[in-house]
Design a protein around this ligand. Structure first.
Ligand code: GRF
Length: 193
């Protein structure tokens, strides 16, 4: 049997709060032979996050945390990350803002996906704002996380055209399809693959 050679996959954690469709696409990507990542940990700020089911399905260690005190929770998260020798963190619909110290201690190792063409439409309710401003295009962005919200260095973006009768729901759906392709591409890009 020919064994795969060379590529040692990078232990990766995915942080979620909700549905986890990006988590699912990242897990599928990680299973590919040429993927640079292996997802070893799922962190959630919400024990009811639907996406936690992917931890069960794909047998990945999943840790929901009660986010009452950010500093205490972050300490616990850091200890999980160290245990699993995590070298890359992918935020995928994670609705908490990480502390500056947390971000600094993983500098250049935290990525995020945002459903707009950054630097436009940082923050929440992006689709609603894009539509009410009559934009012709929107899209999604994968970027490094820096202490300023949605402002880190951009890795990749994908543009989508807004149709005449676009609704928040249809735009969200259209952009999510692109997000599922863009996140894996951006990860390959940072590993020069
Ligand atoms: C995505 O639109 C992502 O860009 C944003 O939150 C949403 C998460 O969706 N940050 P899902 O949980 O991955 O389905």
């Amino acid at each position: 049997m020919v064994q795969s050679i060379g590529l040692k996959k990078i232990n990766t954690a995915v942080f979620i709060s909700g549905t986890g469709s990006n988590l699912k696409s990242l897990i599928q990507f990680s299973k590919k032979k040429n993927s640079p990542i292996s997802i070893e940990l799922i962190i959630s700020d919400n024990s009811k996050a639907k996406g936690l089911k992917y931890g069960k399905i794909f047998k990945i260690s999943s840790k929901p945390f009660n986010y009452k005190n950010k500093l205490i929770v972050e300490k616990k998260i850091i200890s999980e990350i160290k245990n699993k020798k995590i070298k890359l963190i992918c935020l995928a619909g994670f609705m908490r803002i990480l502390s500056k110290n947390f971000i600094k201690s993983f500098k250049g190792k935290i990525l995020n996906i945002h459903p707009s063409l950054l630097p436009k439409y940082k923050g929440l309710q992006t689709h609603e704002r894009v539509i009410s401003n009559g934009e012709k295009y929107s899209g999604c962005t994968v970027h490094f996380v820096s202490p300023r919200l949605d402002s880190g260095k951009i890795i990749l973006q994908k543009k989508v055209k807004i149709s005449k009768n676009e609704t928040n729901k249809s735009l969200k759906k259209k952009i999510l399809i692109e997000e599922h392709k863009l996140y894996p591409k951006a990860i390959s890009k940072i590993f020069n693959l």
